[in-house]
Design a protein around this ligand. Structure first.
Ligand code: CA
Length: 529
């Protein structure tokens, strides 16, 4: 605290109507600290936490981002620390009488001339990495697949220098589940669409046990896999489909464990040969499909990293790319901002439908969106989900929202898309992979080493202190915005350029360098048996 008193006091207010501001100084500020406005701190306020700018009598709406994040539970004097125990959270905005497509932002000039080096796929998508992914129908085969993947990496991959990696798409679904329940379509289409992610070049190979509920033909029905190349057409004739490439462990021909491994390696080698023949080509930035997400958020998330990501989102949209923002519980409290930004009433209605579905899903578990916030969020200064949501939404920038994607579906549109997913980092990332994401941007304030094997993950720190401590985990430091060293626009452009470098394979993210890979986690709202 002695250190804190020596610093020039820095507070950040998001809107002129706000009656609280957050303390920006490392280590917070000591009691007695004087601000140029004449305000004096009555108590220690930790970094990222709120200070009352005026007296707030009991029942006063506390405004941050010009939004009521709560009502004071007792009289709070100017200069006091406004923490979550002093606030009563407002109820969620009802889903009727919302403003529908009322905001018509000035059309921004297109951003032309930006390109990256990517792998073009036959289905029109573009990969940023060249990876052999091995699909599994069921968790039962995970150990065998992993054994095979270790050997493929050691014995085969060195022969194919243009292939970046071999990745097993492990998951816990496939059997012991109510597969005919209506909501089972969510995990099934998620797995299907992940297998078709642009970074895998259309080289789908499947490991099946044999007796599982999720049979390979149910996971990948005829017509879902694009023809890989001309040879396939020649092999099977013009109008026939190439058979799905499946290794079934229970087949009679497998005698002993090693025969299963041999089968998998033989199949893998064919796919590796075709992947290895691919080369990067110059493509416009419009081929990027970016998923933005936050995790381990603090009060700076909505001040530094998320606004910089939002600025970059607008640049990407202007460049003709696809940008997905997600995390239903973290945008629920800003639904009116989103419906008003929809390009059409249909888009707004689709958004409301996803919110209503999720409200109902949470209600069945006897909770609401307030179940989202973590102890770390609160320690970082976020009093409740309303405050967290206002900071989370800004990742979406200011562009019009041109589409809504239900969980597990694949995106087919350009522009800014709301991809409805839970806010759980792993589930959101998994669903954005299914949507066809080829680049992932992840902001964090508390710090998380999150990474995925399937797609590069760019991590943006909200605070310089975190960026310094985790200097070999954080790719971009947005903390310079809080200290005034850089502007939101400068960090946004820095991120945009870094994205093109990472997408082209010219640069690797820290998570890629250390091979930090989190598990795929499927969203399964249906019952298990
Ligand atoms: Ca998240």
């Amino acid at each position: 605290m002695a250190e804190a008193t020596l610093q020039k006091p820095l507070t950040i207010r998001m809107h002129e109507r706000d009656n609280v501001a957050i303390v920006a100084n490392d280590g917070g500020l000591a009691p007695g600290t004087q601000f140029p406005s004449g305000l004096t701190l009555r108590e220690h306020v930790p970094q990222g936490h709120k200070v009352a700018l005026v007296d707030l009598p009991e029942g006063t709406p506390v405004l941050r981002y010009n939004v009521t994040i709560g009502y004071t539970l007792k009289n709070v004097r100017a200069g006091s620390w406004v923490h979550e125990r002093l606030l009563k959270m407002p109820p969620a905005r009802a889903l009727d009488n919302l403003p529908i497509a009322t905001v018509k932002p000035e059309p921004q000039p297109p951003l032309e001339g930006y390109t990256f080096e990517g792998y073009q796929n036959l289905d029109g998508s573009v990969g940023t990495r060249n990876i052999l992914a091995i699909t599994q129908t069921v968790q039962c085969v995970a150990g065998v697949t992993d054994f095979a993947v270790q050997r493929i990496k050691k014995e085969l991959l060195p022969k194919f220098p243009n292939v970046d990696d071999v990745v097993a798409l492990e998951h816990t679904y496939g059997c012991g589940v109510a597969i005919d329940a209506p909501d089972a379509i969510v995990p099934i289409r998620t797995l299907r669409n992940i297998s078709l992610n642009p970074n895998f070049g259309g080289e789908v190979m499947v490991i099946s046990l044999g007796c599982e509920k999720l049979q390979p033909e149910r996971l990948l029905p005829p017509g879902t896999i694009p023809l890989v190349d001309e040879r396939n057409v020649a092999d099977v004739g013009e109008n026939a489909e190439p058979p799905l490439d499946v290794v079934r462990l229970q087949d009679d021909r497998h005698v002993g464990f090693m025969s299963m491994i041999d089968s998998i390696m033989t199949r893998a080698e064919e796919h590796l040969e075709r992947l290895n023949a691919r080369r990067r080509e110059t493509v416009p930035a419009s081929e990027l499909v970016v998923g933005v997400q936050c995790g381990g958020s603090d009060a700076f998330s909505g001040v530094t990293a998320n606004p910089a990501v939002g600025f970059c989102t607008d640049l990407l949209v202007r460049a003709g790319a696809t940008v997905m923002f997600s995390e239903v519980t973290e945008v629920r409290d800003g639904i009116d901002q989103l419906t008003s930004r929809a390009t059409s009433p249909e888009v707004a209605e689709a958004m409301i439908k996803e919110m209503a579905w999720y409200d109902n899903y949470l209600e069945k578990g006897q909770v609401d969106r307030s179940a989202n916030t973590t102890p770390g969020n609160k320690k970082g200064g976020l009093s409740n989900i309303v405050e967290k949501a206002m900071g989370s939404i800004v990742k979406s920038g200011s562009s019009p929202i041109s589409g809504v994607l239900p969980p597990g579906e694949r995106v087919s549109q350009k522009g800014l898309i709301f991809a409805a997913t839970p806010a759980s980092d792993f589930i959101c990332g998994t669903l954005q992979l299914a949507a066809g994401m080829n680049l992932h941007v992840f902001t964090t304030g508390r710090g998380t080493p999150y990474g995925l094997a399937q797609v590069p993950v760019i991590k943006v720190a909200t605070r310089s202190n975190l960026a310094k401590r985790w200097h070999d985990l954080m790719d971009v430091n947005a903390g310079t915005i809080a200290t005034g060293e850089k502007t939101i626009e400068e960090v946004g452009w820095e991120l945009f350029q870094f994205m093109l470098d990472v997408a082209s394979g010219r640069k690797k993210t820290w998570a890629e360098q250390w091979k930090l890979h989190n598990a795929l986690v499927l969203f399964n709202p249906a019952p298990v048996t």
